[in-house]
Design a protein around this ligand. Sequence first.
Ligand code: PLP
Length: 395
Amino acid sequence: MERIRDHLKTVLQATLIPVINASGVIIHTNLGRAPLSKAALAAVKGIGGGYSTLEFNLDTGTRGSRLLHAQSQFKQLLGVEAALVVNNNASAVLLALTALTQGRKVIISRSQLVEIGGGFRIPEVLRHSGTELVEVGTTNKVHLFDYENAFSSETAAVMRAHTSNYSIVGFTSEPDLKDIVASAQQAGLWFFDDLGSGALLDTALYGLKHEPMVQESLAAGADLVCFSGDKLLGGPQAGIILGKGELIERLKVHPLARAIRADKMALAALTATMDHYLKEEALRCVPVWRMISSEIDQIRERAESWHKAIKRGEVLESRSMVGGGSLPGETLPTWVLSLEVEHPNQMLDLLRQGSPPVIGRVENDRVLFDPRTVDPDFDADFINTLEQTWRIYEN
Ligand SMILES: *Cc1c(COP(=O)(O)O)cnc(C)c1O
């Protein structure tokens, strides 16, 4: 019986399980990026658990298009001509370049040749799409004339890739987005902006640096803008492409679009997430934004209540991070529960074996737990794992 039990345990061991993220990194790519809102979860349940109008027109009783879903919300919210949702932002970039610039040249600044992680490198994506990359400027400085000198009859577009996970500081400059867009369009080229995270709300209102916003790229006149669904938007994994109707039409009919289409659960969650923005309740309802805009006093109270519950450690000031390919190096003030133990990394290892696992972080030889990234609904589970782990650690 024992051997059967052990065997079943390994056979049925799930690899994808929930964890408590007490690391203080809000958009943690390894931990699934943005947690979904309650409404987005309800939408996933409603659509995923049964049949739906995914590709069905109720008025005519005939085939409809999955490309409709979420499109109308982006149009209403941002005034764009068209929107297309695909599997993720990496595939959005690949589709846009493959469908629109293959066999021609795309101009990009040397300061933006970014690697996102997981092998997604802008220069390589350009190559894979059959587009010829034209690098302009230098690592730290690029001028409008650098772009303009590179315009040729073989150029299809000018592209910007947001440098989402690094920043170049010091003697640096680049032209205003508006000026690059205007100059490109005057030369008959179109402008493509890979925003990466793509915020719809202003991070600068919460003590962070300003993350480029989707509205700003559109206002600058970008013909196509793309960004992730599960970074600062706070929704499911998705790639969102917005902009000129004529360009988006060409993307929709490209064979690659079928290969990277969004699934029904992502579309359900995305639609529900976009509703929060339309109803102007995103700060309150979208978890990523709730965490970013958390009141510092409330975070401190939570840390103190954890401290009271486990009767160990102390409450200290620390910093949370936004993470997830946005705002590199930027932090938010926070309060953490801190445990001083002899072997902090061993403690972290044990916490990861807990049920549910807790992900903390070590700083200055202390184990820190940040309430900012823990939904209060999970406080009891968090305390439970912490107490169990402490017992194991002490033995
Ligand atoms: C994150 C990011 C991507 C990739 O987006 P995914 O949704 O992870 O596929 C592409 N470009 C930039 C600039 C990014 O920051």
